[in-house]
Design a protein. Structure first.
Lengths: 208, 208, 208, 208
């Protein structure tokens, strides 16, 4: 199958999954229980204590958005599909839809004495998602290359190396999270900002 | 990248986010707890006391719908994309997916003595969403203009000015909400009806 | 604006809303509370008592599916759009996303002594959805006709009359529900089966 | 109606339903109740005991993904539609959106003395989904064949036979589940891996 839109339905399905995963994050922001509210100040206090939820929402939103942008860029450079690629894409999407769970766990326990398991799982989910990326990159190249003849292969290789490098970065952050969860989560935030910069930088996988 | 559908996947993704955000609003309408229902009249009373939920649902549905129509109109006038615009669109979508939370909070507390924080946060979220709009408008124009050669720039500029003006309006309503939450929420409703009228009026950003 | 896909993004957005509304119905099927389960038989009993949930899920699924098919058919006959039509479509979608709430309420109370308010509200929501249909039909014709030159206007008029007739049918069912909720819900089910037959029958609004 | 995209909107709607059903599976992974957590070890224990949820999530994700791939393959071989096919597709989607409920039930009770009803219902839902597949296949052929002239009919027939055979397989697994739930669930997992292999193998329904 070789056509400009061999992956059209795969894109549509993936976009749907990305869009739903990113939107249901808000469902994890819970209302204050009515019986605990006796004054306006109680609501304000509740909202202030909700900062870990807002932080977790923002970080995971950013991760899924960047991931969607990267997926968009890569697929723009392909004009063929393969069963292996479709399964790799399925695994990749699995690592996306899993993210709301560690996000909700981190939101609940980040501001508690029990932040370590929550942050560790969150960082590990980042590594899991990275493995999804590396699987995507692998099955773009094997068993048959799916790229357009006009695709900038040099750039694509650079993005792939970035994903491979990202594996070691995210594993390292997970290890740091075991002992220093707060340092790990700040590092994670900074790394994703840097990744956002890289994603913007490789906008040109698609040929002009 | 310049093609009639440079933003095709961005539109698809954004439409997905809009569609999900607008539909999950209904998940906030909660059933009466079974143990509190001892007669038909109990259910009727519960349903009547649900009016703030219905009001909040209607207002936020209207806001997201108008926002989607506006997004639709603006993108119809573009034939180019840029990384900056994609990130601005991501931020804009963040302000959309956030809306169900203040909506649910307002639904819960509008008809209680503690309406003030809920309404204030709701109005502030409107301002937050307005900032998303202004970011979108900015990155249509810089660093490179993304508009079609046939786009009615005069009209687009008028829409942009409307968004900038909207910032001051929504900030003012938020300030009013601090002291007079009920007046603010009525004003907010009226402003959005007016905004609906404006959106309809600028249907012609796309050239014929 | 007159082009084969003047309503392309409106279709995409509407499809998204339909797809989400129809899928989140399953979220209303609740698990048995763990503390109430002491044997396999307890789970079986719980599942058997879940029949109103399954019935409500099936009926509302059928309603949303038929509604989507009808929407699909009507839009296939249009090649123009108007702000009025877009707003009417928004209102129509509002009547769709509202359906999960009365569905959940009916699921909870159908098999209880308090079925009457739940069934009445469910039937009334059917009337509300019918009003959405009639609004769609109206703004296809005014202020400007949006139909393709090749559209079978005679057939479209027949569908519109069906919707107008449907208003009286659904109002009648709601009135019956006030005194005889179980008769009303059986009637409602039969009417929708008949409507499914009609929808299939008017597959030819789009010209060949 | 005969055009390359006679089923374009049906595909879009189905993709939406698939994407939502596969993504909301994660909503069933519940957080540990705050009041039950007194140490990091409590969270770790909770996460370890969550393995049935993770297993159920993975299996149902795989089922829905394979189902989507199969749907994709079949529709790529069609260029016509019929009301009967649209209704069959609606029924098929009903069997998809139902899956999150037995998945959540199995996740809750797989690691309990009451696994039998949960696993039995899960396997039965697989049979239900298989019936949806067979309905789809039937209405591709009758009342009018919807296939492209270029479609590999031999291959399509092989896929249809696979679905018919699958009915007996899934019924058998359900029967086994009545007495040996754990054997049945392992068999189910293996069958789906094999089905994944078959789906990949029939990638060529669409002609080149």
């Amino acid at each position: 199958m070789s056509s400009p839109n061999a992956n059209a339905r795969l894109e549509m399905f993936s976009d749907g999954v990305f869009a739903i995963a990113i939107t249901i994050l808000i469902l994890e922001m819970k209302l204050p229980p009515v019986e605990s509210i006796h004054s306006n100040a109680d609501i304000w206090n509740y909202l202030i204590k909700l900062w870990p939820s807002f932080f977790a929402l923002t970080l995971t939103f950013m991760i899924i958005l960047i991931s969607w942008m990267g997926h968009h860029n890569i697929l723009a450079g392909l004009d063929k599909t393969s069963p292996q690629f479709q399964i790799a894409n399925g695994f990749f999407l699995f690592t996306v839809i899993f993210l709301p769970f560690p996000t909700a766990l981190m939101a609940e326990y980040l501001d508690s004495p029990f932040a370590q398991p929550a942050v560790f799982l969150y960082c590990l989910s980042g590594t899991f998602h990275n493995i999804g990326w590396n699987a995507l990159h692998k099955y773009i190249a094997v068993p048959v290359p799916l790229t357009k003849s006009s695709t900038n292969l040099e750039l694509l290789k650079r993005v792939r190396r970035g994903s491979q490098f990202g594996f070691f970065v995210s594993i390292s952050i997970a290890i740091i999270a075991w002992w220093f969860p707060y340092i790990a989560i700040v590092l994670s935030f900074l790394i994703w900002l840097f990744w956002l910069y890289l994603t913007v930088d490789v906008k040109d996988v698609e040929a002009h």
